[in-house]
Ligand binder design. Structure first.
Ligand code: PPY
Length: 313
């Protein structure tokens, strides 16, 4: 199996891939491919050049990763099969001999920049921020002398891989910051239901219907389904046109989730199913007695009885 990740070597995403491979017992056998961007990785997956791709999707401080949410929605035909959580710790890396005082600009991934703001305010208040495709891409360019910045912010691993010095370590605003990464594949069989699962969907609402979002949320509420993420992203087709990227606690093979998705499908302009997969935290989702599979099956039995008796020959 060949797995792609947001490269180059030394990104947080590479750490997430290693974590996922270890869980799947594939650390020794998998081939790795460092992609230059999330769309590049997903494109290669879709064309069959890769069998799986790991990308960041959500951060405990910043929320969803727009590049991933948008690329996943655009590709449409891909499926999330697993997730993993990585605790991210940041360092400020420089070329040997550079002092923090010499740093006029720094490069890093937008999600890293958002998580080191107090360090930036205290230590680099005048430095310009140059966004890069990944944290390790910033470290690589700095070490190769092709960067127009003097510092790179990212994991210690990236500094180490590219022979940089660590000017300051542990510069994150929040020591408990966690990033959630997903493993994406071409559509195939669904991961097995574990009781601790997530389902990811993208819902495009009908713009001519007042209360469309409320109606969508009702589909989940009435079936006892909890959302763990809800984000609006522009469709790209004009101002005011949004779609919602949503994580639900549950698996599509559960009756309550299947019924809610069917309800959502009826009322949405467009509904994309992006996958049901085990939650990384392994926490079993409590299911109220009125929304268990048994409760749904009993209701259907009752209805079948009515239809059976009332059938006209
Ligand atoms: O650029 C990286 O190293 C990534 O893997 C993306 C990222 C950036 C910041 C926090 C988590 C993931």
């Amino acid at each position: 199996m060949k797995y792609g990740y947001l490269g180059p070597e030394g990104t947080f995403t590479e750490a997430a891939l290693e974590q996922l491979l270890a869980q799947r017992g594939e650390s020794g056998t998998a081939e790795r491919y460092a992609a230059i961007s999330v769309p590049d990785a997903l494109g290669r997956l879709q064309r069959g050049e890769l069998d799986g791709v790991v990308v960041p999707i959500e951060n405990s401080l910043e929320g969803g990763v727009p590049a991933t949410l948008d690329a996943l929605t655009r590709h449409g035909e891909l499926q999330i099969v697993a997730e993993t959580l990585v605790t991210v710790a940041f360092v400020c890396a420089v070329r040997p001999g550079t002092a923090l005082e010499d740093v006029r600009a720094f490069g890093t991934h937008p999600h890293a920049e958002a998580q080191v703001r107090s360090f930036l305010r205290r230590r680099l208040p005048a430095a310009e921020y140059i966004p890069t495709a990944s944290t390790a891409a910033a470290a690589k360019a700095l070490s190769e002398g092709t960067a127009d910045y003097q510092a790179a912010i990212g994991p210690a691993l990236a500094a180490e891989r590219f022979g940089l010095d660590i000017a300051e370590a542990d510069i994150g605003d929040n020591a408990d910051a966690v990033t959630r990464f997903i493993l994406v594949q071409r559509p195939g069989s669904l991961p097995e239901r574990t009781g601790a699962d997530k389902t990811t969907i993208v819902a495009g609402l009908r713009s001519d219907r007042s209360g469309a979002l409320l109606e969508l949320l009702e589909q989940f509420a009435t079936r006892g389904i909890t959302m763990s993420r809800l984000e609006s992203r522009p469709t790209g087709n004009g101002l005011g046109l949004y779609q919602f990227s949503i994580d639900l606690l549950g698996h599509v093979e559960e009756e309550r989730v299947a019924e809610a998705l069917a309800g959502a499908y009826r009322i949405c302009r467009e509904l994309r199913f992006l996958g049901s997969y085990p939650s990384a935290d392994g926490k079993i989702t409590p299911v109220e007695s009125l929304t268990t599979d048994t409760a749904f099956q009993a209701a259907r039995c009752w209805l079948d009885g009515i239809l059976e008796h009332g059938r006209r020959d």
